[in-house]
Write a protein that binds this ligand. Structure first.
Ligand SMILES: [Zn+2]
Length: 244
């Protein structure tokens, strides 16, 4: 009897000693990676400059020269195509990339385009590019321009949402080890959850304050419908859910 009582007392003591979850919001962090200038980058710059030159010469030949030069039209077309291609591919390889608690973010000029881990459906490497597919869009990051961002993305992706990472061992071999000093550590900001639907109840999240997030995969829930385990990444959720 006495033994049972003692055991019970120990249990109560243990419970009292258990730490309550702190009210302080957890800092969410991400790493920001600047693109490397690659040989492709320089080649694109060359194509872009040639394109601009051809375009200029073509315009001169077609509209300024009298009579117009025969091949001016072709110069304009080729020049415009070269310039457009350089701008298009150049932009993709020159975009700073962020990887961290909020998923992946691409810096497009002043705009920050975010893709939460929970929204990613597939990650693969094909022909020196990392392809990321979400339900609504997909994008590619050149390995040569962003070796560290991709190494980090795969490391975190495998830990957080292993089911969607489909990268072959052979492709991993060409990547460096993720280095802590490779990126710039930033606090996650600009995370928008209003307008999304609760994964559990399908309820529309109208106010930021009503949202709760899975700290692992960023899945969004209404504060009254947070499940015991995250519906997306299956990790324990409940009181671990965080405010945006
Ligand atoms: Zn989750």
């Amino acid at each position: 009897m006495a033994e049972q009582k003692m055991a019970e007392q120990r249990k109560i003591k243990r419970k009292a000693n258990q730490k309550k979850p702190t009210a302080k919001p957890r800092r969410r962090l991400e790493q920001r990676f600047l693109p490397k200038t690659t040989s492709t980058g320089w080649a694109l710059l060359g194509i872009g400059m040639l394109g601009a030159l051809a375009l200029g010469a073509g315009v001169f030949g077609q509209w300024v020269q009298d009579p117009p030069v025969d091949y001016a039209v072709y110069l304009i077309a080729a020049g415009a195509a070269g310039l457009a291609a350089a701008l298009w591919f150049g932009e993709l390889s020159a975009t700073p990339v962020r990887v961290g608690d909020a998923g992946i973010a691409l810096e497009k000029g002043a705009e920050l385009v975010r893709f939460g881990w929970c929204d990613i459906e597939n990650v693969s490497i094909e022909k020196d590019q990392l392809f990321v597919k979400t339900a609504e869009s997909s994008f590619a990051i050149p390995v040569a321009a962003h070796p560290q961002a991709i190494a980090w993305l795969l490391k975190e992706g495998v830990q957080r949402v292993p089911d969607v990472v489909n990268v072959k061992r052979r492709d991993l071999a060409q990547l460096p080890k993720p280095e802590a000093s490779a990126g710039e550590e930033l606090q996650v900001e600009g995370l928008q959850v209003a307008g999304r639907r609760c994964k559990q109840s399908d309820k529309l999240i109208s106010f930021e304050e009503d949202a709760r997030l899975c700290p692992n995969c960023c899945e969004v829930y209404h504060r009254l419908h947070v499940p015991k385990d995250c519906a997306t990444c299956k990790q324990t959720l409940g009181t671990r859910a965080i405010t945006p």
